[in-house]
Design a protein around this ligand. Structure first.
Ligand SMILES: [Zn+2]
Length: 64
């Protein structure tokens, strides 16, 4: 482990190389990895943190 406590993290292997987006929800444990410039761009545009919050199983425990 790298000390990453969850959320959204985007890194690139090198300049101009394939970006990698990792999303980890510490509430429900969902982990998603997106690779590829277009896919990452699209993924970030959707604001995955907010989007996930709407579907997060941990958040839905309180609502019947
Ligand atoms: Zn979640």
């Amino acid at each position: 482990m790298t000390g990453w406590i969850g959320g959204l993290q985007v890194r690139r292997t090198d300049r101009g190389q394939t970006p990698i987006a990792d999303f980890l929800c510490t509430s429900c444990g969902t982990h998603r990895r997106i690779t590829g410039r277009d896919k990452v761009t699209d993924y970030l545009r959707d604001n995955p943190t907010t989007a996930h919050r709407a579907t997060c199983s941990a958040n839905q425990k309180g609502t019947p």
